[in-house]
Design a protein around this ligand. Structure first.
Ligand SMILES: [Zn+2]
Length: 169
């Protein structure tokens, strides 16, 4: 998948870069064939150059190449399923590691809070919603759980931050 993407990108680049060089090339052809004066006195020069370009097989080859590269890239998903899964896994691992490190400290700090403001289950302070995402939103804490649920994760982080900040702040 990745190799194919590089191939398409390479084709697009080579095709485009090649065709950028086509115009100076046909100009040079005209100069070498007819001398530099043709550039000053030939009113049909533009047409001639355009014809030269169209007659150049290399132009068509490179055009086809850049088109194949372009549409090939368009059809490729930005990330393959496997890459996507891997990046999600990576994110989950990072979040679990963070929780493991910070949650004990947050729970310890939460003990300074008035009891009514803390969740009975996990001991962290409630947010305004009176909902505890850290423990009720199943799995923010369980391994392989929904730490990837952005809403629950955001709320859990907030609860932890709240706990670490302390009851007055
Ligand atoms: Zn809780």
């Amino acid at each position: 998948m990745k190799a194919l993407r590089y191939l398409f990108a390479g084709m697009l680049f080579v095709g485009l870069a090649g065709n950028v060089l086509v115009l100076p090339y046909v100009m040079w052809l005209q100069v070498s064939r007819r001398g530099i004066l043709a550039f000053f006195f030939d009113p049909m020069l533009d047409l001639q150059l355009a014809l030269d370009i169209l007659m150049l097989p290399l132009f068509w080859i490179m055009l086809a190449m850049s088109l194949v590269g372009f549409f090939g890239l368009q059809r490729m998903p930005a990330m393959s399923q496997k890459e996507l899964a891997r990046s999600q896994e990576e994110l989950a691992r990072t979040r679990h590691a963070w929780l493991e490190e910070v949650l004990p400290r947050a729970k310890e700090a939460a003990k300074a809070f008035p009891p009514g403001t803390l969740c009975k289950h996990c001991g962290l302070p409630y947010l305004e919603t009176q909902e505890c995402y850290v423990c009720t939103h199943d799995g923010v804490l369980s391994p392989g759980g929904s730490v990837l649920d952005e809403l629950a994760w955001g709320a859990a982080r907030e609860q932890i931050a709240e706990a670490l900040k302390g009851p007055v702040g």
